[in-house]
Write a protein that binds this ligand. Structure first.
Ligand code: ADP
Length: 492
């Protein structure tokens, strides 16, 4: 069954609550009225019985039973109290019996059998509904049973009228409860409806709009604030995607324009094969740069999409360093740098994704090569720190000024350099490197001094330290061992 809308459910809840409260209030007030009527009638009957006791105690003790009976008759014949009254002594002799009591003949037990609070009984007599109280009294050592009665018609009319009024009011109260429930349901959901109306206005072009949030600390304002925080994040993400697309287009436009101009100039007039060879060489270098740029852009786009899965596996640091340094060595040689690989004597195994980590190290080495003047030193190092293995790339290059330090990991950010000899980069390398490190649960950190050099490092979890583990994962073990020395420096 389809669940009822919240508004209908709230209305039903409010209605049930109001209606139950109204019915309970009516029932309670009726019960309280009946109880107070009963109590006041009991009190009245008790007073009448005590009046009889007073009369008997003031009567002359010398009077015999008949004279006493005559006295009581004389007094009660005209009194309202005497309409329902009968008195008898402990021997069963009647002192007084009104006509109505004789006609009804209600049971009047001997005084010894009566409870000291009296005994109540009701009966109908003609149109009257009568309540009687049989009460034991003691006068000068002699016990009597007194039974006094009262017609309940007046009180019954009172209770009846009250009950009728309640029966009349109850449907009105229930109707009001239904209306109240509906109004309360609407009122309670009005802020939610307002939020929904405001939220419907928001689209990808006006993500700066925020939902109204009152200062009250309630659920609605909490929801509003949470949605605003979510909008803030979406807005930022959208802005970064826009900037990324803008920057990427800009980055790609420059080399493409360059290629176009180069080709147009080449085609302007016929050239020798030597000239064509030179032009093609330049075009090739430019396309290589573009390919690397497009690869970085693709990786970052995949990173944003969260599409790339990472599978951690044990990696032999020796083999990894050899693989990376083989690729980087020619560029280092060309730049006239002293490239060293430093690893401890033990065979280190880290947990990571081989392709990702070698990419990260390549980016750092490429930067070190780019930003270190000829004659400088570039080091690729590994060190054990507790359960972790720290991999780092150090150089004796130009260093990074403190004002750029925070921003170098941002996409497309480049610390401006006056040095014309430093090749222009895309500003994507470090953001990609940082992302790869984060995927491994590591933090890529940098220490740098302007004019002295920089050190980029990150820690990976050690899978095992020792020869046996190393043997297990590296098929080129024997060859690797030859190259491994205690903090040896391999100049490539
Ligand atoms: P780029 O393609 O410009 O090198 P990166 O994201 O790799 O882009 O680096 C961002 C900026 O950080 C560089 O422009 C450079 O100013 C600075 N940088 C990175 N590595 C080094 C380094 N080893 N020495 C000095 N500066 C560096």
């Amino acid at each position: 069954m389809k669940p009822l809308p919240i508004r209908v459910r709230l209305t039903l809840w409010y209605f049930t609550m109001f209606a139950t409260a109204a019915v309970m209030l009516c029932a309670a007030s009726l019960w309280m009225l009946m109880r107070s009527v009963d109590q006041s009638e009991y009190q009245e009957l008790l007073e009448r019985a005590e009046d009889v006791q007073l009369l008997l105690s003031h009567a002359d003790p010398a009077l015999d039973l008949r004279q006493l009976s005559d006295d009581l008759s004389a007094i009660y014949a005209l009194k309202d109290d005497g309409k329902y009254l009968q008195v008898r002594d402990e021997r069963g002799n009647w002192l007084f019996r009104s006509k109505r009591m004789v006609a009804e003949n209600p049971d009047l037990p001997a005084p010894a059998l009566l409870h000291k609070a009296g005994q109540i009984a009701n009966f109908h007599q003609g149109t009257r509904y009568v309540r009687v109280l049989a009460y034991p009294i003691t006068v000068r050592g002699m016990q009597y049973s007194v039974q006094t009665g009262i017609a309940l018609n007046k009180s019954m009319v009172l209770v009846e009228n009250f009950r009728n009024s309640l029966l009349l009011l109850a449907p009105i109260a229930i109707l009001l409860a239904a209306v109240g429930g509906h109004v309360m349901g609407r009122k309670a959901l009005r802020p939610v409806a307002e939020l929904a109306r405001e939220a419907r206005r928001i689209n990808d072009r006006n993500l700066d709009i925020r939902l109204p949030a009152s200062r009250a600390k309630d659920e609605i304002s909490d929801l509003s604030r949470t949605l605003n925080q979510m909008l803030e994040r979406i807005d930022k993400a959208f802005a970064s995607v826009r900037t990324f697309t803008g920057n990427a287009s800009h980055e790609l436009r420059t080399p493409i324009s360059l290629l176009r101009t180069e080709i147009e100039v080449a085609l302007y007039r016929p050239r020798s094969s030597e000239e064509y060879r030179n032009i093609l060489g330049r075009l090739h270098a430019e396309t290589v740069r573009m390919t690397s740029l497009v690869e970085s852009l693709l990786s970052l786009a995949r990173a944003d999409g969260g599409a790339e899965m990472i599978t951690l596996a044990p990696i032999c640091v020796n083999a990894l360093f050899r693989q990376v340094s083989e690729v980087c060595a020619p560029a280092m040689n060309k730049a006239m740098l002293d490239f060293r690989v430093e690893i401890p004597d033990e065979n280190l195994i880290v947990l990571g994704e081989n392709q990702g980590i070698s990419r990260l190290l390549s980016i750092l080495l490429e930067n070190a090569g780019k930003y270190t003047p000829p004659g400088g030193v570039v080091r690729l190092c590994a060190a054990i720190e507790g359960e972790q293995i720290v991999l780092s790339v150090e150089d004796t290059g130009i260093g990074i000024a403190s004002e750029h330090m925070e921003r170098i990991f941002e996409r497309f950010y480049r610390a401006s350099s006056q040095d014309e000899s430093i090749p222009a980069g895309s500003g994507l390398g470090l953001s990609l490197a940082k992302w790869i490190a984060e995927r491994h649960g590591a933090r890529l950190s940098v220490q740098s001094t302007v004019g002295k050099g920089s050190r980029f490092s990150f820690s990976l979890e050690s899978a095992a330290v020792g020869h046996s583990a190393f043997d297990a994962v590296d098929p080129l073990n024997a060859k690797s061992k030859e190259n491994t020395r205690n903090h040896s420096s391999l100049s490539v």
